[in-house]
Ligand binder design. Sequence first.
Ligand SMILES: *Cc1c(COP(=O)(O)O)cnc(C)c1O
Length: 341
Amino acid sequence: MEKKNLDWENMGFSYMQTDKRYVANYKDGKWDEGGLIDDANIVMNECAGVLQYSQSVFEGLKAYTTEDGRIVTFRPDLNASRMVDSAKRLEMPPFPEDRFVDAVIQVVKANAAYVPPYGSGATLYIRPYMFGINPVIGVKPADEYQFRIFTTPVGPYFKGGAKPITICVSDFDRAAPHGTGHIKAGLNYAMSLHAIVTAHANGFDENMYLDSATRTKVEETGGANFIFVTKDNKVVTPHSSTILPSITRRSIMYVAEHYLGLEVEERDVYFDEVKDFAECGLCGTAAVISPVGKIVNHGEEICLPSGMEKMGPITQKLYDTLTGIQMGHIEAPEGWIQVIE
Ligand SMILES: *Cc1c(COP(=O)(O)O)cnc(C)c1O
């Protein structure tokens, strides 16, 4: 298969149309058999449920070329099951998990020419999503849905190394107790846009959201979970029912315990104890781990001992081990790597 002639080293994180996408439709109480199509555009009624009441959920994962030239994805079964949870919370019909994984494989195979080569740092981003498509004007769930997956090549998240970022404690809340913070829905992002634009205008890279009930505990950022490292090398991550369960974060906690032999804790993390941590990082599919160097709370600065030049040593080990597993030069736990071809 001939690769596309793209400038793999200098790609950003933006949409580029690729050849094929997967589409399945839900109508009369069942999903059709689905398949690959060429048309990147969607025609829907002006009153479609998604346009009126935002009934939509999504996922995000990546395909990589490994050192030995295979194309693989990372734990797509967890994206499949998380999307089932998201769909149920928004009264949408779950897309079957085995079909989700099969659809990911089909769409990546069909766009293999866009999977960046090993060593370029770029990857093929895979975006599964589903939404209510029939007209809905009275407030209720749609009756018809579309499930789609498109792919787009994206550049290395960090160009020239991962520089620590500065984040601020947001005055806005991301998720309500008993709300939708734990599902991957566009609605959680729509309401975070004002907060992130405000943070950027104030010179910060990201927001740290606190729990909205008490505003004493660390939750997550708009699109990544936190990990912290204590001064005695324990890896700590916040436990909360209003955090999106990041697959990267869950994998990092496993790697910390089982590959690096570190103690791990998933528990309440009070903002008051953040000043005592040695390292801090943000985890998600896009960056794997972004190191945090400074956290600002209304002018009061917490400077992590790992500094503003490079990742802390434990964060670096976690990053190297997890990306090593993904790129195929460290043996993966059973079932983590889905070979596409
Ligand atoms: C997608 C997402 C993450 C990261 O999850 P991964 O599965 O690691 O990509 C974290 N927080 C939020 C709010 C998200 O939407």
